[in-house]
Design a protein. Structure first.
Length: 538
């Protein structure tokens, strides 16, 4: 969507508010859950009151977060040079900020400069997150002004098979953790002759240290809707579901509101954008079971049953929701599809390395100085993420280990920080990228306790359907306790390895199959932590 002739535009594509002194100043204050948790709502109210006291008009836009979580609440003001940021801003800071010239982008100790030029952001390749933090999440006009619906319009002009071919050619792999090629999954559903097919988005983001799905749904919900609609056209689906965990109430509310707006815009419903495609979406809220991050457990929950893993085959692409062919992808996978169709498969494939094409949205968490979203092409090293982007630990102590891939991911020592972030390199190192979560620990961490937590977590979150996961995790906790207590350490270490092998090979799904990964990595790299210690010591 192009601006009207003669309309002045700022760097972010919004109409300039500085051309007419009588126009309100546009101020951005995030509505993202992370920003709200540290006072963003109160900051927005304080800006409105302080501006009113000065007789200034403000247009406050509640955008998504830019992903620099250590700077939240981040307040941005539109100026002729671009959006100038201030942060982190507390409600009590606002009167002084406005008095010092916040609304004109004036200097202040909290002033960060033009946000787009900050090195932390400028070094990234924002593809999936290109609009997150930039647009008003529930403004369809803002969405289209920043390239929204371009991918859908391109897809609707192509036969379904060509859309599937474009996704396949791009090299896009599932960002939910398994890394399975999205195009192959879509083609399997397309090739089924069934009249009824579904597209399901698994937004049950339960991995520790992950929050990208939530930020997409809260910051750019139309992008997910557009990606699912493209998928529906590509495979011949007429109905879709977004499965969101109950711990994400803001994401649930935003997605429901966005779906209603999309229907009004003709982006959902009958004859979408004048095409022959009819497709509608629904939000379903899960009860918070970690196992529902596994696709078949999610389908069981969607059908109104307890979330338990289904045996495969048949795979969901052949027999999924209500026994019908179903595309199941996570939020980041589906949200990346529109840009692939809009810019072409090659443009996306040109990013990344080897078989890991495009970008990954890494999420820095744990004991890290600068936590947040880093989207960059595959191939960046773990060291660059933790030390350059993350700035080391928040505590100031040395980094001892990083867990990548959620609570079932491997613990990697500092000696492995030059490992490139790509699927095959991680697999060769006995690790996994998973959903892109990177959790940092300093040298005070007890790795025996972390290994025990992995087994304990599995015992608590197992669906209970298969014995290796249900019973093996309980036995794992007991064996680790014996090792730490000094009971036949060598014998119990051998027993623990046998147990890990059984869980890996015999579990019905990745819940039990991956639980040994953090345990084995902790023993391999931090064996001293498993020595017997005196009572009361770490």
């Amino acid at each position: 969507m192009t601006p009207d002739k003669g309309q002045d535009m700022t760097q972010d594509g919004a109409p300039s508010m500085t051309q007419d002194p009588n126009c309100p100043v546009r101020v951005y204050v995030p509505r993202d859950s992370a920003a709200r948790s540290v006072g963003a709502d109160a900051v927005a109210d304080a800006v409105r009151r302080a501006a009113g006291a000065q007789g200034r008009q403000v247009d406050i836009v509640r955008n998504g977060s830019r992903g620099m979580l250590w700077l939240e609440p981040l307040v941005e003001v539109v100026t002729p040079d671009g959006r100038v940021g201030y942060g982190p801003v507390a409600p009590e800071d606002v009167p002084g900020l406005v008095g010092a010239g916040l609304l004109d982008g004036a200097e202040h100790p909290l002033r960060l400069g033009v946000v787009d030029r900050l090195p932390w952001l400028a070094r990234q390749n924002r593809v999936t997150f290109a609009r997150v933090g930039i647009v008003d999440p529930l403004s369809p006009q803002d969405y289209e002004r920043h390239g929204g619906t371009a991918g859908l319009r391109t897809a609707l002009a192509l036969p379904p098979a060509e859309v599937v071919a474009a996704v396949t050619e791009s090299g896009l792999r599932g960002r939910g953790g398994a890394g399975f090629p999205a195009g192959i999954k879509w083609k399997t559903v397309l090739d089924r002759a069934d009249e009824l097919k579904f597209v399901c988005c698994n937004a049950d983001e339960g991995d520790s240290g992950t929050f990208a799905d939530r930020m997409v749904m809260e910051g750019d919900p139309f992008m997910l809707i557009e990606g699912m609609t493209i998928a529906a056209h590509a495979v011949g689906a007429s109905e879709g579901y977004i499965y969101i965990r109950s711990e994400y109430p803001d994401a649930v509310a935003t997605m429901r509101a966005a779906i209603g707006i999309a229907r009004e815009q003709g982006w959902l419903g009958e004859r979408i954008l004048g095409s022959d495609l009819s497709f509608d979406l629904h939000v379903r809220v899960g009860a918070g079971a970690y196992i529902c991050g596994e696709e078949t457990s999610m389908l069981e929950s969607l059908e109104g049953r307890r979330g338990q893993v289904r045996a495969k085959p048949p795979i969901p692409a052949i027999q999924g929701l209500f026994g019908k062919p179903t595309v199941v992808n996570n939020v980041l996978t589906l949200a990346t599809v529109p840009v692939i169709l809009a810019n072409g498969a090659k443009a996306y494939q040109d990013l990344g390395v080897q078989r890991s094409r495009g970008t990954q949205v890494f999420q820095l968490g744990g004991n890290v100085a600068r936590g947040g979203i880093v989207e960059t092409a595959f191939g960046v090293t773990l060291r660059e993420l933790v030390e350059d982007f993350g700035g080391g630990t928040l505590s100031g102590r040395p980094v001892r280990t990083v867990q990548v891939g959620g609570p079932l991911g491997a613990y990697l020592p500092a000696s492995m920080f030059d490992l490139p972030m790509e699927y095959e390199a991680f697999a060769a190192a006995g690790a996994m990228l998973g959903h892109g979560g990177v959790v940092v620990f300093d040298d005070s961490v007890d790795m025996a306790a972390q290994a025990r937590f992995a087994m304990e977590f599995c015992a608590a979150e197992s669906c209970g359907k298969c014995t290796p996961c249900r019973v093996g995790s309980v036995r794992g906790v007991e064996v680790i306790d014996k090792i730490v207590a000094g009971e036949d350490r060598d014998g119990n270490l051998a027993l623990l390895e046998d147990l890990c092998e059984l869980m890996t090979d015999g579990s019905l799904c990745a819940m039990g199959g991956l639980t040994p990964m953090p345990v084995r990595s902790a023993i391999a790299h931090f064996s001293d932590d498993f020595l017997a210690r005196e009572e009361g010591t770490v």
